[in-house]
Design a protein. Sequence first.
Length: 310
Amino acid sequence: MVAPVYAKMAVIGCGLIGSSVVRAAREAGAVGGIAIAEASEAARARIVELGLADVVTGDAAEAARDADLVVFAVPVMSMEAAAKAAAPGLKAGATVTDVGSVKGHVAEALAANCPEGVFVIPGHPIAGTERSGPDAGFAELFQNRWTILTPAERTDAPYREAVDRLAAFWTAIGARVEEMDARHHDLVLAITSHLPHLIAYNIVGTAHDLEGVAEAEVMKYSAGGFRDFTRIAASDPTMWRDVFLTNREAVLEVLGRFTEDLQALSRAIRWGEGDKLFDLFSKTREIRRGIVAMGQESAEPNFGRDRGKH
């Protein structure tokens, strides 16, 4: 049996990602003890039923006490309050990280509210499904998926050792790890994740409000493309509200570029410019093939998402 990367891990928040981190870490033997702090009393009861942790509490400081790794898995705009709540329990030398989809805002919130002597290393596992809650998680969620770490601009040996140790943890539970500047991360994710979710929420909302098309017809005759949009648009509304509000600059930048490209596409359709449409569709097809070739998608239905139902 491989020695644990951390003797004790605390997870603050136990939704899809938090509960998946717990399951994956337990299965891989990447940690010794596990404590979970969860604000919802009903969720805590379910976590106990599932046997996910050694300690389950509503007190973030209690969960964080003596933990070598503390993972914040709460919505982005709740990070500041969660860090303040956990701070009294954080020990010197502990690594503090998160799983949020926005890194600039989170880095500031964690650094401002964690005590001196802890290593703040923001992180983002690029994995998920539209489901939420402690039952939604599954240990395989991070297999062969990227986790991006956005460490501070520090070169001192203790901090870099903490970064390497956190990378080893994510590797142990199946992820591939890369470091990135927080601002660049937020721009990259604005185009690869945030904008697609915004489009999905909007197009499903448009279909719902479209006069002359009944809601029952939308559901009954949904083609594959629309069904994919509805899956994305079923994601946690609190989490995505927070993402758009805390990454607004990057999202608005890529949304502006997208709007310009959409207008050009509209003109091509209006003027019957088939060559332009064909060229665009050919380029986008190659991107899809590249994603599959890199192992970031699979022919398996739902890319294993149905596992989360069990």
